[in-house]
Design a protein around this ligand. Structure first.
Ligand code: DLL
Length: 433
């Protein structure tokens, strides 16, 4: 297993990492300029040539790419190798607009799986483990990515895909799964069901690798406690390869970005200006080793902070904070910025389960923020005055977190639909008016 803990790469000196990045960036820009007319045009319009890019210091000269560019260039416009060399596509889970399609050569699949293998090893995985993958398989990158990573580590891999919770739990008990890979919302659902059925003693899980959606520290603690595991975050996006762009180590204070493959920048989303370490902004990635779909300066819309502070695990690759939400997840309600994660923090701190739905409507030209909160069975047997007290307590706590009042609707246990993949937390009905 030590094979995929690669200290010579993951713990390399900053000078060494920088030297890899300089060399690979120069090569990558030439590859893209030569083979991707769409990006060549963007560079020409900006008056930048490949010769202008001599090191990472010149990265800021390159134009940004956005999801709109990917949609414009759909399907083959950003493919940088002949079709005969591409062996796989994956696609985003988005439900609106044109889908984004990303391509991989065999080399690209290998490096992606290496990144996922590093994440599994960082979560304590070895070839003795039974890795239970219930991210979706197919076009979504979650299943194939962790599956490939688990093979590389040599773990016994259970390609469960999502759904069929009864079968998930049965296999988990029968086969002794030790590492669970799925979205945090599905992990919460599995944890809830395992506790309800009193099966905590029948499972052998020791770790979980959860990502693909925002989740709070409160939700982490809840899942860890219910399943008796350590829960690790993993981040990635289809455009840049899938899960494993970054992953958490045992310190659980941010995710190490695989800097030998991806250069990360944080920019001011309004001006595009590159921000220093520790400042919050939009994450931008440049793929420096991918062949088929090598995006340069891709704007992720994920808001986070980077830090080069020393990590006790020994890894030297830069860490990104948990994304604080996507710039396009942020709701503006009555002129105030609201992130679903702020609401989740309040609910879990007050002892509610992570089952909630946010509904925004517009009544008489005024926004109404409603939070439907599921109660636990114990809370459900409360008296009417207890319920009133609960509603008031939540309203006040949300007011102090968000600065605006929300309408609280307490709902019966099991009323909110459980998610088997990425949870849909927000229903914004204002566009329908
Ligand atoms: O969600 C890839 C993935 C699969 C990551 C499995 C981790 C585990 P997409 O469907 O393209 O790819 O969605 C990418 O999901 O830009 C973030 O907004 C969000 N996201 C991914 N990981 C995290 C995370 C996969 N750990 C988009 N925390 C990204 C918060 C995340 N948000």
């Amino acid at each position: 297993m030590e094979h995929y803990y690669q200290p010579e790469i993951e713990c390399a000196s900053r000078e060494q990492i920088r030297a890899w990045q300089d060399e690979r960036l120069v090569k990558q820009v030439r590859h893209v300029y030569k083979n991707v007319p769409y990006y060549r045009n963007l560079m020409d319009q900006k008056g930048v040539t490949p010769d202008d890019i001599r090191s990472v210091d010149d990265l800021h000269k390159l134009p940004f790419l956005t999801k709109d560019d990917l949609r414009d260039a759909y399907p083959y416009g950003l493919l940088a190798v002949p079709l005969k060399d591409a062996v796989r596509i994956q696609s985003t889970s988005g439900t609106t607009g044109r889908r984004v399609v990303a391509f991989y050569t065999q080399h690209d699949l290998d490096l992606w799986e290496d990144c996922c293998a590093r994440a599994i090893v960082a979560a304590g995985g070895t070839n003795e483990d039974v890795v239970h993958v219930c991210y979706g398989y197919g076009l979504f990158t979650g299943g194939p990515g962790l599956n490939g990573g688990s093979h590389k580590v040599g773990s016994l891999t259970l390609p469960m895909s999502s759904g069929n919770t009864d079968r998930q739990i049965q296999f988990m008990c029968d086969l002794g799964s030790t590492i669970l890979c799925c979205t945090p919302s599905y992990a919460a659902y599995l944890a809830e069901t395992i506790c309800e059925r009193g099966l905590q003693d029948k499972i052998k899980l020791k770790a979980g690798i959860f990502g693909a959606e925002a989740w709070t520290q409160e939700m982490r603690r809840d899942i860890e406690q219910k399943l008796g595991i350590k829960a690790y975050d993993i981040y990635g996006l289809t455009e840049i390869s899938g899960p494993g762009v970054s992953f958490e180590c045992s310190e659980q204070t941010g995710m190490h970005i695989n800097e030998d493959h991806f250069i990360a920048e944080v920019i001011d989303p309004a001006t595009g200006e590159v921000l220093p370490d520790g400042e919050k902004g939009e994450l931008v990635f440049t793929s420096i080793t991918k062949q088929a779909f090598p995006l340069l300066r891709y704007r992720t819309k994920d808001i986070c902070v980077l830090t080069h502070e020393k990590c006790s695990c020994g890894r030297t690759h830069v860490k990104m904070s948990k994304p604080m939400g996507r710039s396009d997840d942020m709701l503006i309600v009555k002129g105030v910025n609201v992130f679903p994660s702020q609401i989740e923090t309040v609910l879990l701190n007050k002892g509610y389960p992570a089952n909630y739905q946010i509904v925004v409507t517009r009544v008489n030209n005024s926004d109404v923020l409603e939070v439907q909160v599921e109660m636990t069975p114990e809370m459900f047997s409360d008296t009417v005055s207890d319920m009133d007290r609960r509603e008031k307590e939540l309203r006040d706590a949300l007011k102090s977190m968000l600065g605006i009042y929300a309408k609280i609707t307490l709902v019966a246990p099991k009323t909110i639909t459980r998610s088997e993949g990425k949870a849909v937390r927000v229903i914004d009905k204002r566009n329908l008016y």
